[in-house]
Write a protein of this length. Structure first.
Length: 146
């Protein structure tokens, strides 16, 4: 009888421990989801994989310094439904990225969408209602908030 009670207690505690980890991983508390940022840059790497795709790109700040950005998207299965493939982005692609950036100012964030030089768009994670930046008003400067 004691072993059944112990097993039940261990299962309950294990479930609680996992739930906290899952909540922390999928939260957006690191990013300012109310203020999208527009960044023009060049793709340096695109990693297609779970749990999230990673997009690496370089931008130039107002002082001419190169800023290395890292953004994430939804998992590959979700992105495939949005028209993405593992070959959607290639090193050297010139893009305008719409990003929910880190609250602490680090060049990391959740990708909302990417727009290529020819105007082609790929949607990323989306965002809260009303947060989509106007597609006809990209920033003239990297990391400009609007």
């Amino acid at each position: 009888m004691k072993s059944k009670a112990f097993a039940a207690m261990a299962l309950a505690l294990g479930s609680l421990a996992c739930a906290g980890t899952l909540f922390a991983h999928h939260g957006t508390n690191l990013y300012d989801m109310t203020k999208p940022v527009v960044v023009k840059g060049t793709i340096t790497q695109f990693e297609w994989g779970n749990p999230h795709n990673q997009i690496f790109f370089d931008s130039t700040d107002d002082k001419g310094n190169v800023v290395h950005w890292v953004t994430s998207t939804e998992p590959p299965a979700v992105m495939s439904e949005k028209g993405w493939t593992r070959k959607s982005l290639k090193p050297g692609d010139q893009v305008t990225a719409y990003v929910f950036a880190a609250k602490n100012g680090a060049p990391v964030g959740n990708l909302q969408k990417v727009v290529f030089a020819d105007g082609k768009e790929l949607n990323g994670m989306g965002g809260p209602p009303g947060s989509t930046p106007p597609p006809d008003k990209p920033a003239d400067k990297p990391a400009e908030k609007y």
